[in-house]
Design a binder for this molecule. Structure first.
Ligand code: COA
Length: 170
C-alpha cells in the first residue's frame, strides 16, 4: 500500500454542464482522492459556449455542490485526452454511460486510449435513471424554444443559457 494520491479525470465538452454530469461528478468524487474535470475545447463539435464559459459554469456549479467527497479541480484541455490524463498524473478516466447507444462510441474510445497508454484505466459509471435521456444538445434546443430546463440544469446554467441565446439573437 502506498500513500500516493489517487487522481481521476472526468472529461467532457460540457456544453453546457447538466445535472446528469453533476451527479456523475459527485459519485466519482467518492472513488478518488482528487478529481480533475477536464473541459475539452472540442472545436470539432462547434460548441455553443466558449471553453472559458464552460469552465466557469462548472466551477460555479461544483462550488455550490453538496456531498462531494474529494478535492475537485476544473481544467481545460485541447490535446489528446490520454495525454491530458497523464499530465494530471491520473490513474483513471471516468465516463458516464447513459443508454446502450453510448456504448459503441465509448468502447472504441476506451480501446484507443488503452492502446495509447495502458496504465490509465477507463471506469464507467451508469447514469442514474433520472438522467438517462439528458443531453447538452437537448438542453440547448429546449431552452431556445422557450421550454423549461430548470429540472435538468442549475439556475446558474439556465441564466447563462438565456443570456447567451439573447446575445446570439436566438
Ligand atoms: N448526464 C447527462 N448528459 C451526459 C452525461 C451525463 N452523465 N454524460 C454525457 N452526457 C451527454 C453530454 O451532454 C453530451 O451531449 P451532446 O452530445 O448533446 O452535446 C454527450 O452526452 C456526450 O458528451 P460528453 O460526455 O461531454 O463527451 P463528448 O463526446 O462531448 O467528449 C471527450 C468526449 C472530450 C472525452 C472526447 O471528445 C475526447 O477525448 N477529446 C479529446 C481528443 C481525443 O483524445 N481524441 C481521441 C479519443 S480516442
Amino acid at each position: 500500500m502506498t500513500d500516493k494520491q489517487r487522481i481521476g479525470v472526468y472529461p467532457g465538452t460540457f456544453d453546457p454542464v447538466t445535472k446528469g454530469h453533476l451527479h456523475l461528478i459527485r459519485r466519482a468524487s467518492k472513488l478518488v482522492d482528487k478529481l480533475v474535470v477536464g473541459v475539452a475545447g472540442n472545436a470539432r463539435k462547434h460548441p455553443f459556449f466558449t471553453q472559458e464559459e464552460r469552465i466557469d459554469m462548472l466551477r460555479t456549479d461544483i462550488a455550490n455542490m453538496t456531498g462531494k467527497r474529494c478535492e475537485i479541480e476544473v481544467v481545460g484541455f485541447d490535446n489528446l485526452l490520454i495525454h491530458f490524463a497523464a499530465d494530471m498524473n491520473a490513474s483513471c478516466i471516468f465516463r458516464g454511460l447513459r443508454a446502450v447507444s453510448d456504448f459503441d462510441y465509448e468502447f472504441q474510445m476506451t480501446g484507443m486510449n488503452a492502446k495509447l497508454n495502458a496504465e490509465i484505466e477507463t471506469v464507467f459509471l451508469m447514469a442514474a435513471d433520472k438522467w438517462q435521456f439528458v443531453s447538452s444538445s437537448f438542453v440547448k434546443e429546449i431552452c431556445s424554444l422557450d421550454g423549461d430546463v430548470s429540472e435538468i440544469v442549475t439556475p446558474n446554467v439556465e441564466q447563462r443559457l438565456k443570456a447567451k441565446l439573447a446575445e446570439k439573437g436566438q
